[in-house]
Design a protein around this ligand. Sequence first.
Ligand code: NDP
Length: 331
Amino acid sequence: NRMIVLAARPESMPTEQHFAMKDAAVEQPAEGQVVVRSLYLSVDPYMRGRMNDSKSYIPPFALGEAIVGGVVGEIVESKSEQFAVGDKVLGMLGWKLYNVVDAASVRKVDDQMAPLSAYLGVLGLTGLTAYFGLLDIGQPKAGETVVVSGAAGAVGMIVGQIAKLKGARVVGIAGTDEKTSYLKQELGFDETINYKTVGDLGKALEAACPNGVDVYFDNVGGDISDQVMLLLNTHARIPLCGAISSYNSKSGDIGPRIQTQLIKTRSLIKGFVLGDYADRTEEGIQALGQWLGEGKLKYEETIVEGFDKVPQAFLQLFEGKNMGKMLVKIL
Ligand code: NDP
């Protein structure tokens, strides 16, 4: 069995040196356990936080142990009545070619209903994060302006499309022209801004949001968020989803530094994690699945091939190499 373990804790931007390959025999499954062969592994920005030895809403990865993340796989051996060989399952499993786990730690997914990779993206962590964060906290109304940062990423592109479905005017911020044109031309975003080439982001935002900002779905934090928040309207809502711009900074989180603006506008700013909505998972999957089926929602994936490319794919999230959900297909 091959696995990828945490070799060292990074202090700033991680490199491949912080990961190591390890080989071991595949354990024998005990009664009630299954052996899952990995088909797709999810790499996600939040995993960067788990590489630090610090307190958070989930414990840090242990040094020398396999990294754990979203995995879709196939049952290759079953000692549980719940699963048969050939069943496709989803779970939070190790970055391993094979995981031997209790049957209760995976759930079946239907590859007839959607491609298997979708369960790690639009019908999984990132789609559900977009759905609950935007609708529960952002609550966009028809005619309002919704700004989303990290707009061409897995969460961001679903946020923008759901906001459009609710009748809002949507402005997306992303880091390449390929991404911004995709958002406008393929997904119907009203305006987009390439934050890396725009120069004066504040001016560009003012032009893109002539009626101010009612909802800001924040995936990145830092300077971008400061600029968006200067344009908030009264009673604006800000779902704080992620702050990727600070994940690799030694000094930690930055901002929001626009407190007076938040006070003046009586804006709601609320951090959340998907786990807060665990009891509503089915509702989210149902809604996203329906929009997908009706062709009202599109998604994109960047699929890197090969188990040995997992660390590289993870690191590329911080360079913006992905469009939509970044995944690794195990060959
Ligand atoms: P993405 O698919 O959006 O990938 C990350 C993207 O972030 C990159 O493609 C890049 O795009 C952008 N990025 C990287 N570095 C920076 C930077 N310094 N400044 C601005 N943008 C940057 O990842 P996800 O959709 O999976 O996650 C998006 C955010 O949501 C993350 O912050 C993540 O931690 C958070 N999240 C939170 C969850 C929760 O429960 N609260 C659950 C899932 C995700 P670009 O080319 O545009 O720079």
